[in-house]
Design a protein around this ligand. Sequence first.
Ligand code: BGC
Ligand code: BGC
Length: 470
Amino acid sequence: MTARAFPDGFLFGAATAAYQIEGAAFEDGRTASIWDAFARVPGAVIDGDTGDVACDHYHRYADDVALMKGLGIQTYRFSTSWSRVRPDGGAVNRKGIDFYSRLVDELLDAGILPWLTLYHWDLPQALEEKGGWTSRDTVERFVEYAGTMHDALGDRVTQWTTLNEPWCSSFLSYTAGAHAPGRQSVRDGLLAAHHLLLAHGSAVQELRGRGAQELGLTLNLTNAEAVDPDDSADVDAARRIDGQFNRWFLDPVFRATYPGDIVEDIRAVDAEAVAAFEGAVRDGDLATISTPLEFLGVNYYHGEYVSGRPSPVPVPGGDAPTDRVILSPYPSHDAIHWHERGLERTNMGWEIEPAGLTRLLRRVADEYVGATPLYVTENGAAGDDALVDGVVADDQRVAFVRDHIAAIRDALDEGVDVRGYFYWSLLDNYEWAWGYAKRFGIVHVDYATQRRTVKESGRAYARIIAARAV
Ligand code: BGC
Ligand code: BGC
């Protein structure tokens, strides 16, 4: 196999998120977010793990930036903590701003492009107590917070992402109850999704008005495939997943409309929830939500292989095995059953399917984004990593990274405008309801000592970056 090179401007990066790595949860004026609260709900997170300390990145950020520089990482995707910057969603906290200012300076000194995400799921708990994302007021608070970040960093940060994966912060969090704030209501999931999208569009307009030039959104997207494409029940299961996971977000952002088939599916199971949602969508909202962007971030982990009939064999994957009963994040769950197709899986139970990334990028390019470029803002694998004599021989992840980067190269060959790849994650970190039980990093973290050890996958990724080819 001959090495295939990447174009000059293509960026190789790594990603993290504030709550998953920072720690210092109550230092320098930061107050609780919904994750601080949810992590303390008995049984919500495996082993009751919290992000109180996490990777202690708040204190070790300079070492972490040096580590990235050593690996040749060109861009770093991180998120800022709303509760650090505007505790309780209120007045600006200088010390919180200063932390991100120091981080950005450190990155720029190291020649690493800062790629800032404003919201990676950590709403101030005080705002949740006023309704959270089900309340339209939260949109205004978010726009204020976005403006604060731009005032502080707009002279140095060029890349701005409003939200990470609004599907997770709405349906997984307000309907399934798997993530903070742990609510379990179809109505609340629908309202949260709409207000998140409105917060996205409103913040884009606000930041563009302040001179920001590179504005985008990150969505988690997937391929939903019918087990038997000739079986109408299987095809319908795939349509429901695609509609509730992909189109519910892509359609409003790129077509200024919600997918009508899914609205009707959900109405059939919860008419009151849909009435509340329709009441919340005001004139002008969809125009705001569909404000043009400079890029779309795509997070891709695995596909969904679904049928209208139950699987004859147990299928791995799914939610963290906590003490809470988790509901379906799909309001219209009628006859959606996941099946096994024999692909290798990561230790999340997620299928490994690099070719799915090529297909997904091409579909999003063909059907949605027009001339807007794509970035793969997350892609990664949790592994059964063991640190033995200072080495983590994570062969599965080595292949995972290489094969997904090759899949992007295939998408480029097919004419898709994709301009960067961020591995999730730089560091092992707090994997939400899984706590510290899952390790996604290319750098191993010993949580007792905070020692970082570059895994074999980190070395392999560094070689790909140096060669700019797979
Ligand atoms: C996950 C799929 C998984 C399935 C297994 C779903 O919630 O998204 O990745 O295969 O559960 O039950
Ligand atoms: C999220 C990350 C998370 C990763 C692995 C993505 O959905 O953005 O925060 O750690 O997937 O589950």
